[in-house]
Every structure is written in structure tokens, then in C-alpha cells.
Design a protein around this ligand. Structure first.
Ligand SMILES: [Zn+2]
Length: 549
């Protein structure tokens, strides 16, 4: 079960629940090798906040500890009450070159170990595979996914660099009720820092995968790309890198890796770095712990950035640390239409225009598209009150000179928000406009009935029932079943699983009308995009503000 809590760009805050264990996403599945426990999983949970680990069934099967692990089960053996995800051994077989385990064997074994999420033995596609081979591997992988008998499993997407094959793979697996969709075969892009190709593959998959399931970038383990990949819609990462880098004497930071032997002062405030000298960080036991802190910190920074609607600013700052991240972001922003579809219509923080790629932001793209749809070439001045025009720093907007009275301002804002003509319909001349003490437009009444409130934070209109009733023709419609009408009339929210149909073009935080039998019954705020409302079975689709009396 996967529930969406918030959005920014294609980035999502979610909650994934498997076997009654819930984790937040985006999240990092920390790779644990039972043969080399560099940090015990119990310590990972207690001191690092790790609640998801991934371990490898193939490695366990060939380990000296196999018997003990089989007897105790993974959770007991690792003393880890969080989620345990198992990999099949695909990568080991790819790197060792011969088939040493079958699909059935690995699946049965993962079940025996008591893993929470099982992974079939997919066929790893390399960048050098030709299309014929890539297609064969894709089809064989899909066949193997279909052999999974357990409830919670991952359905890997193969297809290599061939985007049309990735699309085909997505279409095939999207019919299967998987718990996670891992995008496979991306390790070579990570190793070569080919982040642009990586993002191309991810976007192709995001375009064709169902939205109600988390997507895992299988093998993406460097924190410098986590925010970029989150912005492209990735929900899960995994990392063996914290230990691999430490073994090679590398100190991981969110902007790159450094040689531990070159450190003269530690650019980090994790518990390891604040209690040790730079020289001591050359020791594996300290370096591996710092590295894991660095990874987990970036995951938390990303979650907070989504919460504040600052994910773009975060990705952009990471893009300044490596040209390949910059080029990948530049390519990603060509997909504005896709990003804008799920990006909230108004945000909690001001848009910071910081040059370069800022003009390509989906927020600006959507806002200018709305302005054009009203027939304006320059931005009308009243929009200075509205996100993102008014709530931005550094962005020089080309405003028209025309002046508007209060009625004109409000009508224009309503047109911008609901479409041309909505302003006149919503706000007749006889309205009473209430301003705040410092002359900000605040509330609009008609015959003592509140039509709407102008939000202080972003200038958007929050409709009340009388206002919604006046412009129901312009409102984005969400249709819900008759049997729940009584709840909506009491102000209860509309759950995604109850949405029967909805208009296209709903973005999170837009005003939405709830309709039962073609009648408007309530007005509120959409928490999901149109596609998400139709795709999700969990969570709230529309937060009701007021029922229509
Ligand atoms: Zn540190």
C-alpha cells in the first residue's frame, strides 16, 4: 500500500506500508551483506534512522551463515524490525557471468528467509546489448515476474538504453500488482556519471508506469544525484556505496566524494566527524559510518525540501557541483508538460530565480501558459499578488502598464485561476470587498454570503460554497458516488479510491468541485493530480473545505 502525502515537481512524499511496517519515501534501502556487516542493521536503525535495508538472497545462500539465517529468518538474524527487501542475485550473476541460481530457487529462498519484498531473477541488460538481446532479456524478465507467487514483490523494468523497450517493459509490468517498480540496468550509467541517460530512462518509465506504486532507481547510490532523481519521480534508492567508498578510502558528501587521506578539516557535522580528527577518518569503521550519515542526511534534506516546495532549488544547487548533473537537469526540464501535470499549482515558498535554468521551471511554464490562455502578451499587474509572480525573488516579470480597480483585480485573479470568464461570473458588481488593515484584498461577500477568501500566502482564491456554486461550470470536477454524499455534506474528505471520474488538468492544490450525480455537493482543495486521483486506491483526493448547503 502506497499513499501520497505531498508533491514538488515529480518528487513525492509518500508512505509505503508492507506487512504492517510503514516507511516514508523518498527513502534509501541500505545494502547489507551478511558476510561483511560493516555496520550492524540494529545500529543503522538506532543511530542513523535507517528503516529499510536490502540484502541479497544469492549471497546469503552461498554464505557460511546461510543455515543460521534460514533458521532465524532475516528480521531476527539482523535484529532489524524495519522493512527488509531482498534482491535475487541478478547483479552477481551478471558480474560473475554464469547462471548459478534459477528464478524459482531465488523466489522460494526469499520466501523462506522471511523477506518483506521479493525480487525475481531479472536479466540485467548492459549498455552494449543490442536491441534483439535487450528485447529477449525484457521478455524473459516479464515472464519471471509473472512466476512470483507472493503478495509483495518488485517488478524490475529492463530494456537497457532502448527507450522504446523501456516503454514496452513498463506497459507489460504495469498490469501486475507489484509493490515496487525497480528500474534495472542503470548501474553502468551511475559508474560513468551518465546522469542524462539515466534521467532519460527514468522519464520514459515515469511516463508509462502506474503512479500508485513507488519507483526504485536500482543501483543509484550516490547522494549527489538523489535530489535530481527525486525531482524526476524516483521514490527509492539503494546503496552499497557507503561501504564500497569507505573500503576505497573515499569520504562521501552530497556534492561528491573526497579522498579521506586528503582531508585536513572535516566538512560535516555528523556524530563521527564531530568527535574525531581528520586523520582518524581514514579508518574504515569511522569512514563507513560517516558515509552512511551523509547518505541518510541527503534523504532527509530532500524530504524537507519537498515539504517546503524547495526541491528545485535543492536540485539546482546539486547541479552546480557536477556538470553532468547540470546537463541531466537541463534535459529533464524539457519535460515541463509532464512535470507541470503533477507539480502543485501554488507553493509554500517563494520561487527563487537563480539564473540559468530557472526560466525553464515548470512553475513559470504553467503560469505563463495561463497568462497566454487569457489572451495577454504581458503579465497583467494584478497577478503581482499571485504565485509565482508575487511570491518570487530575482525573477523579472514583464508586467503590463494597465491599471485595475479592486473589482478588476479580483476578476483577473479568478480568470487566471479558473479560466477566462470565471471572474465576471464569480464576482458581480454588487459584491462587498473586505480588506485587511494594510489594504490587502481579503474576503469577497455577496448579500452577506462569503464567496471566497484571497489567500494571504499565494494570492489564490479559496472558494466557499456560494462562490463555488456560482462558477461550478468553471470548476475542475471530481465525481464521487451517491453512497458517500452524506459524508461530503458533513465536510468529510473524498478518498482517491472513491473517485469515479475527474476532469483532466487537475494539479495538486487546485480548487475542485465534488459532484455527485452531476450536482455540486462540496468544494475543496485537490491533493492529487487528475491521473493520481484515478490511479490511487489510498489517501485523500480532495480535502473538503465546505459542503454546498
Ligand atoms: Zn560526517
Amino acid at each position: 500500500m502506497f499513499e501520497l502525502k505531498d508533491h514538488d515537481g515529480l518528487g513525492r512524499l509518500g508512505v509505503l506500508t508492507v506487512n504492517e511496517k510503514s516507511i516514508k519515501t523518498p527513502n534509501l534501502a541500505v545494502v547489507v551483506n551478511p558476510n561483511e556487516l560493516s555496520i550492524p542493521p540494529k545500529e543503522m536503525m538506532k543511530d542513523f534512522g535507517v528503516d529499510l535495508i536490502i540484502t541479497n538472497a544469492y549471497i546469503i545462500k552461498n554464505s557460511k551463515k546461510a543455515e543460521k539465517i534460514e533458521r532465524k529468518g532475516l528480521h531476527d538474524f539482523f535484529n532489524f524490525p524495519g522493512l527488509i527487501y531482498t534482491d535475487s542475485g541478478t547483479y552477481q550473476m551478471y558480474s560473475q557471468g554464469n547462471a548459478l541460481i534459477t528464478n524459482k530457487e531465488t523466489l522460494d529462498y526469499q520466501e523462506k528467509l522471511g523477506s518483506d519484498i521479493h525480487t525475481p531473477l531479472d536479466l540485467f541488460t548492459t549498455p552494449s546489448d543490442n536491441k534483439k538481446i535487450a528485447r529477449f532479456k525484457l521478455e524473459e524478465t516479464v515472464k519471471r515476474i509473472k512466476e512470483v507467487k507472493t503478495k509483495n514483490y518488485s517488478a524490475p523494468i529492463q530494456g537497457g538504453s532502448y527507450l522504446e523497450l523501456r516503454k514496452e517493459a513498463c506497459k507489460k509490468v504495469s498490469k501486475l500488482p507489484a509493490t515496487v517498480y525497480p528500474i534495472g540496468g542503470i548501474v553502468p550509467y551511475m559508474i560513468n556519471y551518465n546522469f542524462k541517460q539515466l534521467v532519460k530512462v527514468i522519464i520514459e518509465c515515469k511516463n508509462h508506469l502506474p503512479l500508485n506504486t513507488p519507483v526504485h532507481a536500482f543501483g543509484a547510490g550516490h547522494p549527489m544525484v538523489f535530489s535530481l532523481l527525486t525531482y524526476a519521480g524516483i521514490d527509492l534508492f539503494d546503496s552499497a556505496s557507503y561501504a564500497l567508498y569507505a573500503r576505497n578510502g573515499k569520504y562521501v558528501t552530497e556534492t561528491g566524494t573526497k579522498k579521506a587521506e586528503h582531508l585536513t578539516s572535516l566538512p560535516c557535522t555528523c556524530p563521527v566527524c564531530t568527535s574525531h580528527k581528520p586523520r582518524e577518518l581514514r579508518k574504515f569503521k569511522y569512514l563507513v559510518r560517516h558515509n552512511l550519515h551523509a547518505l541518510m542526511r541527503e534523504v532527509r534534506v530532500i524530504r524537507q525540501a519537498i515539504q517546503e516546495d524547495k526541491l528545485f532549488e535543492l536540485v539546482y544547487s546539486r547541479a552546480m557541483s557536477h556538470p553532468n548533473i547540470y546537463y541531466a537537469l537541463r534535459w529533464l526540464l524539457k519535460n515541463k508538460e509532464l512535470i507541470a501535470r503533477h507539480d502543485p499549482v501554488r507553493k509554500r515558498s517563494a520561487l527563487f530565480w537563480t539564473g540559468g535554468l530557472s526560466d525553464e521551471r515548470p512553475e513559470i511554464y504553467y503560469a505563463m501558459k495561463q497568462v497566454k490562455s487569457l489572451g495577454f502578451r504581458k503579465v497583467p499587474r494584478p497577478l503581482k499578488l499571485v504565485y509565482p509572480f508575487g511570491q518570487s525573488l530575482g525573477w523579472s516579470v514583464n508586467y503590463s502598464k494597465k491599471k485595475y480597480d479592486d473589482l478588476g483585480k479580483l476578476r483577473l485573479i479568478a480568470d487566471y485561476q479558473f479560466g477566462k470568464g470565471a471572474g465576471k461570473k464569480l464576482i458581480p458588481k454588487s459584491v462587498r470587498i473586505i480588506k485587511t488593515r494594510n489594504q490587502r484584498l481579503h474576503q469577497v461577500y455577496l448579500d452577506d454570503e462569503l464567496l471566497f477568501v484571497v489567500r494571504a500566502r499565494d494570492g489564490y482564491c479559496s472558494l466557499h460554497s456560494a462562490g463555488a456554486e456560482r462558477i461550478k461550470k468553471y470548476l475542475k470536477k471530481v465525481e464521487a458516488p451517491e453512497e458517500f454524499k452524506k459524508f461530503y455534506l458533513k465536510g468529510r474528505d473524498v478518498f482517491a479510491k472513491h473517485v469515479v471520474k475527474c476532469d483532466d488538468g487537475i494539479k495538486p492544490r487546485m480548487e475542485a468541485g465534488v459532484f455527485v450525480d452531476k450536482k455540486l455537493v462540496a468544494v475543496g482543495e485537490a491533493l492529487l493530480s487528475s491521473q493520481e486521483m484515478m490511479g490511487f486506491n489510498w489517501g485523500t483526493a480532495v480535502k473538503i473545505r465546505e459542503a454546498i448547503s
